[in-house]
Design a protein around this ligand. Structure first.
Ligand code: RM4
Ligand code: MN
Ligand code: MN
Length: 396
């Protein structure tokens, strides 16, 4: 690779940060069963320790997304303890994720529940989450709703839309001026007939209804298979409504597989659209990049390191597209030249330039190898194995 291209890779990596999910370090399963990993994290302290280790090896993950129900035993009172752990392990608290799907009360929905008392409970929980975020100086409160129904005619889709607007507006009014609300969508699961926020259009309308600090969150696994995700990304960017991503890959539905394991070109195309937007608008897009993956079979920390590494590679490849030439080719409808510019960038081996970037930043050139040779996994395995074998806990 020529040195201007190497510089471009280095500059891209300098600006690239991706948030780790606390739940990605805990034992999780499928609805059929759970294979317990001896080294999995069970406490918020262990999740911070593991995330801190991934950040130390990659230099790209300074924040950890937290799930309120799983990570704050005592709600807002847990904030000082969480802040102390963040300090100790060198990772800041990232997005705060309320949990609106696990409580028995949410059987028929949270903000979309026909029972006003349960809608109130959901609003209260999100407001508590806003408070937690404020106390931790976290900017984003990230909302995903499992709300929906399983059978035609069993609920009023329009009434629920209105309840969502009301609830989100109420929560938005509680945001501090530097906070954001992110609204995530998902076509199905756990609801199998209708989901209240099923796609980006619904999320966009609800975010607009909520208020000016609301944005849409795109989880790459939350689309029907044929959907063109980078087009959605481009439209949301053009509307100034893209707030962030939950990255993962999938073969069928919301599989939460490792980023790029099935279709790396898809992620490359998303990064390309973002870079192209930034190039045209002359400034960085204000987007939170986050990982939303729970690995059932792979080692959790290894899989996170692999994810971060792949994300860096795909981001760096997207930075190699020659946008000036691309614009010229587009203007003259020179299709093959235009498409080849993307393909050439995607085919470029950026790994040597990334290794150079790492050594320039006093990071291990091969983070996965450094992890395997570093002894951390052996240490936490011996510390946690007995406890993990005894406690087959719930989702997190
Ligand atoms: C959902 C969605 C949310 C995540 C939960 C655990 O499918 O992706 O973002 O918080 O899973
Ligand atoms: Mn998600
Ligand atoms: Mn998901």
């Amino acid at each position: 690779m020529q040195s201007p291209l190497i510089d471009r890779v280095h500059a891209a990596l300098d600006g690239f940060r991706i948030e780790l999910p606390s739940w990605g370090f805990a034992n999780t399963g499928t609805r059929f069963g759970k294979f317990v990993q001896p080294a999995a994290a069970a406490t918020i302290e262990e999740k911070f320790a593991d995330a801190g280790h991934v950040h130390a090896l990659t230099g790209a993950c300074p924040t950890l997304a937290l799930h309120v129900l799983w990570d704050f035993d005592d709600g807002v009172k847990s904030v000082p303890a969480v802040a102390a752990l963040a300090e100790r392990h060198g990772v800041r608290p990232g997005s705060i994720n309320p949990n609106l799907f696990q409580d028995q009360a949410y059987k028929f929905g949270s903000l979309g529940n026909p029972d006003p008392a349960i809608r109130r409970q959901a609003v209260r929980h999100i407001v508590d989450s806003v408070q937690i975020a404020g106390a931790l100086r976290s900017r984003d409160v990230s909302l995903w709703f499992a709300d929906g129904s399983n059978y035609p005619g069993t609920t009023s889709i329009r009434a629920r839309k209105q309840w969502f607007e009301e609830g989100l507006r109420e929560v938005h009014a509680r945001l501090a001026s530097d906070q954001r609300m992110l609204v995530e969508y998902k076509p199905f699961e756990p609801a199998f007939y209708h989901t209240d926020i099923a796609d980006w259009g619904m999320a966009l309308l609800l975010a607009r209804a909520a208020g000016p600090q609301a944005r849409v969150l795109v989880d790459t696994g939350h689309h029907y298979l044929a959907q063109n995700i980078e087009q959605i990304v481009s439209w949301l960017l053009a509307e100034d409504m893209l707030g962030g991503f939950h990255f993962n890959d999938r073969r069928y539905a919301d599989d939460d597989l490792t980023l790029g394991s099935i279709d790396p070109y898809q992620i490359f195309r998303i990064f390309h659209e973002i870079r192209s937007f930034e190039h045209d608008s002359g400034g960085p897009a204000d987007i939170a990049y986050m990982i939303d993956q729970s690995h059932n079979l792979k080692g959790k920390i290894e899989a996170m390191i692999q994810t971060v590494t792949v994300a860096q590679e795909l981001f760096a490849k997207a930075a190699l597209v020659d946008l000036e030439r691309l614009r010229a080719a587009q203007a003259s409808s020179d299709l093959v030249t235009a498409e080849s510019l993307l393909q050439d960038a995607f085919a470029t081996d950026v790994r040597p330039a990334i290794r150079e970037w790492r050594s320039g930043h006093q990071l291990p050139v091969d983070p996965l190898r450094a992890f395997r040779e570093g002894g951390y996994l052996e240490r936490i395995t011996s510390e946690r194995a007995g406890r993990n074998a005894a406690a087959v806990s719930s989702y997190a």
